[in-house]
Design a protein around this ligand. Sequence first.
Ligand code: ZN
Ligand code: ZN
Length: 816
Amino acid sequence: MILQQLKVSIFLLTPWRYKRKYSCIFYLASGIIYLITVMLLFIIIGRIFFPLPMYRLKPVPSTIVYDRNGKILRAFIAPDEMWRIPADIEDVSPKLLMAIINYEDRWFRYHPGINPFSLARAAITNIRAHRIVCGGSTITMQVARMMEPKPRTIRSKLIEMLRAIQMELAFSKDEILTFYFNMAPYGSNIVGSAAASHFYFNKDQKDLSLGEAALLAAIPNSPAVLRPDSRLWANYDVHPAILARNKVLARLLQNGKINQAQYSEAIAEPVSNQKYPMPFIAPQLAYKLKEMHPGISNILSAVDINIQLLAGETLKKHLQPLRKYGITNGAVVVMGTRTREVLAMVSSADFFDEEASGQVNGAMAPRSPGSALKPFVYALALDSGIVSSETILSDVPVDYSGYRPENYDDKFRGAVTVREALIHSLNVPAINLSAKLKFSSMEQRSIYSFLKEAEINTLTEPEEHYGLSLILGGCEVTLLDLTNLYCGLANMGEFGTYKLALEMADHNVSQKNSIVPPHLDRSISRRLLKEGTAYILTEILSEVERPDLPTCWESAINLPKVAWKTGTSYGHKDAWSIGYSPAYTIGVWVGNFDGAGSPAIVGAEAAAPILFDLFNALSSKEWYTRPDSVKERRVCSLSGMELSPYCRHSKNELYVPGVSPNQQCTMHKAIAIDKETGMRLCSHCRIGRDYETKIFVVWQPEIATWMERNGILVDKLPPHYSECSQVASGDGPVIRSPSAGSEYMIRQGVDIGYQKILLEASISNDSRSIFWFLDSKLIFNGSPTEKVFITPTSGNHKLVCMDDEGRATEMILRIR
Ligand SMILES: [Zn+2]
Ligand SMILES: [Zn+2]
């Protein structure tokens, strides 16, 4: 009908004189127009009534977590239990591309989805053989079949042809090839050439050999038979997979795509009947990433597979001999200092070790940090100018409302410098500084608020909950957060968030156009410490002569310069060691996931060797250069303060001008001694008297008292000239008990004799005796080392302590 009309219309439109002469051309032209019209109708009807089921072309793939260079760390099976590794055309091996096109559809690049010649040839072959031998399907038609699997009938074939044309109109040739490589069946639940490369050859598809590529080109024709791990053919001389592969290779040779030498080499490749497991590296990290980003199928993690494997092996090696001491597990985090990218995260020594709870994510489990947070108290004190690195701190017993911190060795050292206190990880000076930061002024940040700012996410309770013991490990942190915290020090005071992933793409977005979700873009860093503070602290933490260097540690000789700190939690449950350099920041935790303690769980002995081994292996000799804000100065070697004319010895100190304390030494004092009485003269009573000047060392009151009690010889200043009425300047006594702000309860039914309250104060060593006044009544006059008790009576009392120089300190004592 239509043909007739067309003929008529063309005939009518043509001038008369040409009609007879060129009638054959008219027929041909009208035939072509007719064909095009039919095709167009076919497409339009197809489009309206049978639209392409696009979603079937991109089925939900497996979630794949890659290392930073695109190597698979771990793959998770797709929701329909299939293994699909989405790949772009660029990811496919050129050898495989060549093999598929030459074997399946030589004219793929040129036909419109169907190839009439191969269809005709297939029809003839099938008729001759009286069965279906070959399908004459193009690659596009095969994709159509993979999209909508149907039994092989003429009707199915026609639908495939419709679909093929639709696809050719909707997609480029490369896109169609991409569908093919992603949907081709490779036996049981293995789909696509990328998954097949991993399962059958244990490699990335871009690394395939020619023989392997040829095999992968052949398998989709009959995956159940041709999969190389098929046991069906165990007794046959030649596996059909080899025959199929050879057929593909022969075709390539015949088409001139490979030469004879390449052919012979590929033919000789053995075919293994092995099926390799999927990679299973950093399994907990991969799981975490998958959990954090639902619906995202390609996750490019920040992990460097080589560093990940190195860290895992190092941990395993060190844990093995520790097992007999009751240590079963550990975790390691390696970060690139500058990028804050997590290059390795070993969450447990062995994922499959049930006994040691190997599946726990040890890098992200909250644990007590022991002393590992201590450097940050010193950082805050340095940063606010309370101390410099040589400032003297007191290491004597203290009492904070009943809380009496002690050092790890149960010893007190009297006076220590900031440097010594940090290196020896002393508890008392850290607690004192922590208290000072918390209570002394509103402008200073407490360690709690600093840690919150620096993204220690496990501090979920209010500040009061933790109290002063926070800094001694009275809280929980994760190894990852802790390593990230040190990364802030390693970045000279710039803190930020670690990066687990670099980028990711969901399965509807090609990897090229992958997206970085805004919450992953954490390049923003915040300066929480001055550069000078971080540098000075780093210099202290990188000193080699220190007690937490592991014993018998031979590798330390060659150790690249590293700043590090160890920590051991209360009850020997967690051993920590965190270190950093400009290149890497590494955190190590060793312990038991069930929380069991062991005397061998000590940061310096169990965790530090792993840290040093890793730094040695990663060997980066890079170190920090001193920032311009940090200068060097000479300070009094005793007080650490700026030199006064009376100081005897000096030493060097790094400091930050304008920030570090710059008071002249107050410990070395020139005292005027009356020649006649031998008594001390002040600026008032000195006038008109004959005296000589002597240099005395005056300690802070609590240190002086502690030294005296412990039999350490201190300069004893002569008493003040008795006829002088002036009150001396300087520190008054420090009341140590009762503690300020506390309230005493008189317990009923208990003998009042057992409820006496201890009065105790520290005084400077320029005074010799002490006076206690209760409600303005003198109740004691004697040596400051003597213990004084009072019997409590309810009410508010004014308690005054005065030294023999007339310097007084008072407090309100509340008793109920
Ligand atoms: Zn001095
Ligand atoms: Zn005087």
